[in-house]
Write a protein that binds this ligand. Structure first.
Ligand code: PLP
Length: 286
């Protein structure tokens, strides 16, 4: 497996950085998660744009252009003969000293890892996932802003640990005000009385799959109502599904042990899972 490393392609064992890289010392850096289906990269531009926005938000200047980044991603797949893959571009602040000051890090490090990848949740797309609401909050006010896909995913990791302890497949966050936020790696949609709702993106990542789902719903003639939601809306939903690059569109059939609707994937969710599979396998950058 070859990994892109600052313009070169190197074997896994050589794709290493220093312990003085601030990405390692402080989680100072940004990343993306991208998928390729049938040899085409899904929403490549959108992911690259979000990577550069994340970088801009932490005042990290990525030393190559967006076009060069796109080409590097495509070339990583070609070099590894991958057609169905997960792709992970990472830009770290680079090597500095033990101090926080990013001015001591003259050169960001760029890595692109790719690997073969199938469905994340296997059978669960038909059966449905279980969700657990977690006590750790998604805070939209600080540097761990959900809008920055930074190398500091501690909030999400703590949420995952809590979900694991409680035996759920996915963690569900609320924000500092108690509004529904997102999952540890995906956005949330709620269906009630035939209407679809999702939280605004102030307190969750501006998911590219979320945007795709809203488009696919519109094509089905269904409007998505973007509004603040709470615990009540979650527990009383007829259907819930989550969306993410890794998770794709997946039904959530239980939250905190309570069945959602009749505890099975509902009709709108099933249509979404099918529509998402179609769009990912028929579009993208070759
Ligand atoms: N929320 C979080 C915290 C994520 O890490 C991700 C994954 O990228 C998502 C949501 C879903 O976003 P996307 O659909 O762009 O992958």
């Amino acid at each position: 497996l070859l990994i892109y490393y600052n313009g070169d392609f190197v074997p896994k064992s050589q794709a290493t950085t220093s312990v003085y890289d601030h990405g390692f010392l402080y989680g100072d850096g940004v990343f993306e998660g991208i998928r390729a289906y049938n040899g085409r990269v899904f929403k490549l531009r959108e992911h690259v744009d979000r990577l550069y926005d994340s970088a801009k938000a932490i005042a990290l200047e990525i030393p190559i252009s967006r076009e060069e980044m796109e080409e590097a991603i495509l070339e990583t797949l070609r070099k590894n003969n991958l057609t169905d893959a997960y792709i992970r571009p990472i830009v770290s602040r680079g090597v500095g000293d033990l101090g926080l000051d990013p001015r001591k890090c003259p050169k960001p490090n760029i890595f692109i890892i790719s690997q073969e990848w199938g469905a994340m949740y296997g059978d669960l797309y038909e059966v449905g996932l279980t969700g657990v609401t977690v006590s750790v909050r998604r805070n939209s006010c600080d540097a761990l802003s959900p809008n920055i896909k930074s190398l500091n995913y501690l909030n999400n990791i703590l949420a995952k640990i809590e979900a694991n302890e409680k035996g759920g497949d996915e963690a569900i966050f609320f924000d500092q005000n108690g509004y529904l936020s997102e999952g540890s790696g995906d956005n949330i949609f709620i269906i009630k009385n035939g209407k679809v709702y999702t939280p605004p993106t102030i307190n969750n990542l501006k998911g590219i799959t979320r945007a795709t789902a809203i488009e696919l719903l519109a094509e089905m003639g269904i409007d998505t109502h973007v509004e603040n939601l709470g615990m009540f809306d979650l527990y009383t939903a007829d259907e819930i599904f989550v969306t993410g690059t890794a998770a794709e569109a997946a039904p959530l059939v239980k939250v905190d042990g309570r069945p959602i609707g009749d505890g099975k994937p509902g009709p709108i969710t099933k249509k979404m899972v099918a529509a998402f599979e179609k769009v990912t396998t028929t579009t993208g950058t070759p």
